[in-house]
Write a protein that binds this ligand. Structure first.
Ligand SMILES: [Fe+2]
Length: 544
């Protein structure tokens, strides 16, 4: 959903800037029965300054080491301009000045003049225009204090003050300036700081709306901002409606549902990774995810394929989820996101030498609950646990093992246990198997009776037999499903792959998501294409 920001819409030239709100998306990182995190991104037009390069102040301004200082603000002209209207801009002596009105230079002065006059045409009557002033000279050098300019309008025999020495201006010493600085600034926003978004929510059927505290931060290294609410104390198994407002206008309204606090026959979730080569592929499978009406989506890495550098791919990925992953009941599908190599600069898979989390700036600035990295647990009441691990993208594999052991021991009594990470331990051979994972984690999955492990990354479909130490074990073995072909071009699986890799029960080259349906006695796993075709269906008894 997009919104258009009109900056200085009332000025002679309607200067507009394409800004947009992307999302919202829902995430579970805490108790899914009583919480919901909601995120959206406010994008900035590429080429405009990011937050931080301009500040607002009145009175005096500190000089810069470049001997340059830029000022700008909106000027409201009166509804009638009498006679030949002239605007006069004055600054202290010793400073030269260039003056711009709506981006056009209207005059300049040398340092001994310190005054610029320019005519204001009648068509500026009742309009707001952007006045930009570039000050130059040693008097605006480092260590100097520069008094603000005075702006006077002379018309119809009267002198009207438009700005005095205390007027608040946007100012910047952050040089070189963006060439658009004097044309389309985010001036209104900087002159009225504070969040312009509001979030309101209520349980469907309730009359009153609740507000929620907004958490805002930069989106990775971009000028875009992530805004979130982290809702707590919700009721389980309940439908909520929420609205996002921007400057008092409704941006949109959506619904989500919380998880039931106890097991319910037939509850389901979907899982898969490697989501976004093209929008068509992403949108198609996201629609399938929504249509299947799962409780949530467990997304196993390689989400936006941004490689830690392309923030705009994340905007597209978010938009697709918001628009397509909608249940037949009209609710947003909450996600549990897991990290993959394409979340990281250089697409790193380094199981013993992982880069720091700073290498995945979008992933970590967008999602909440990852203070300890991308290993975390989401527990559904006391019936289901979902454990996420980082398969060597921002954490090494082996050091996560003690944490995994403790997490599984604490959840010994949970009847349904699932694990998800990105790089397969038992794949289809299109890349090597992650032996570090086979050594460090797989024995724990076996020991603790994990029902299924969801792997990704290989752009194929696979389901293993129940495995113990890589060997078929129908009684105690762990099933591995994957391997990451949500919305990417698939890789070929060799015709003899099952002979070469006898641990595989099914392998093929097909886009899919995996739907997991929980029954009291059995768990159903279905691999489903975007069109809804079941390409592989299997059942596994719930462990006693
Ligand atoms: Fe990958």
């Amino acid at each position: 959903m997009k919104r258009r920001l009109l900056l200085f819409a009332a000025s002679l030239q309607v200067l507009s800037s394409e800004g947009a709100t992307h999302g919202p998306i829902c995430q579970w990182h805490d108790d899914p029965c009583t919480t919901m995190a909601v995120h959206w991104i406010e994008s900035q037009v590429e080429g405009l300054e990011g937050p931080g390069s301009w500040e607002s102040s009145g009175g005096t301004f500190a000089g810069s080491e470049n001997n340059l200082l830029a000022l700008r603000r909106g000027i409201d002209f009166p509804s009638r301009l009498g006679g030949k209207a002239l605007a006069v801009v004055e600054i202290a002596r010793g400073i030269s000045m260039r003056v711009y009105l709506d981006g056009k230079e209207v005059g300049r002065s040398s340092s001994d003049g310190a005054m610029v006059e320019f005519p204001v045409p009648p068509d500026f009557e009742g309009k707001r225009a952007l006045l930009g002033i570039l000050l130059e000279g040693t008097a605006v050098g480092l260590g100097n204090k520069v008094a603000g300019p005075r702006v006077t309008l002379c018309h119809g025999g009267n002198n009207v003050s438009l700005c005095d020495r205390t007027t608040v201006w946007n100012y910047s010493r952050d040089l070189p300036l963006n060439p658009l600085w004097k044309q389309v600034p985010p001036l209104e926003r900087l002159l009225a700081p504070g969040s312009e978004f509001l979030f309101a929510y209520r349980k469907v059927g309730d009359s009153g709306w609740h507000g929620a505290k907004l958490l805002s931060r930069p989106f990775g290294p971009t000028a875009h901002r992530v805004h979130s609410v982290d809702l707590k104390n919700l009721l389980p198994d309940s439908r909520y409606g929420f609205m996002i407002l921007w400057r008092g206008q409704v941006v949109g309204s959506w619904f989500f549902e919380t998880a039931p606090s106890s097991f319910r026959e037939g509850m389901s979730f979907v899982t898969g990774g490697d989501m976004y080569h093209t929008r068509e592929m992403l949108d198609g499978m996201n629609r399938r995810a929504g249509t299947e009406a799962p409780l949530f989506a467990l997304l196993g890495g390689d989400l936006a394929y941004a490689n830690g550098v392309d923030g705009n791919r994340w905007l597209e990925w978010i938009e697709s989820w918001t628009e397509c992953a909608i249940s037949p009941r009209g609710t947003l599908i909450p996600m549990i996101p897991v990290i993959g190599n394409h979340e990281v600069r250089g697409a790193a898979y380094r199981p013993t030498n992982a880069p720091p989390r700073a290498a995945a700036p979008f992933f970590y600035s967008l999602f909440l609950g990852m203070e300890d990295g991308s290993k975390f647990v989401v527990d559904f009441g006391d019936y289901m646990t979902v454990i996420a691990l980082d398969s060597g993208h921002t954490q090494n594999v082996a050091p996560q093992t003690p944490w995994l052991r403790e997490a599984l021991e604490e959840r010994r009594a949970f009847p349904y246990k699932f694990v998800c990470y990105h790089r397969p331990a038992w794949g289809t051979g299109v890349k090597g198997d992650a032996q570090e994972i086979q050594r460090a984690w797989c024995p724990l999955f076996e020991q603790h009776g994990v029902d299924a492990v969801f792997e990704n990354d290989h752009h194929t479909y696979k389901r293993t037999h129940p495995l113990t130490a890589g060997k078929r074990d129908e009684v105690r073995g762990v099933v591995y499903l994957g391997d990451g072909a949500w919305g990417v071009r698939t890789r070929d699986v060799g015709a003899s792959v099952k002979q070469q890799r006898p641990f595989l029960a099914h392998a093929e080259s097909a886009n899919h998501l995996i739907k997991v349906v929980l029954g009291e006695d059995q768990i159903l796993y279905e691999a489903i294409t975007a069109a809804g075709r079941r390409i592989d269906v299997s059942e596994r008894k719930v462990r006693p």
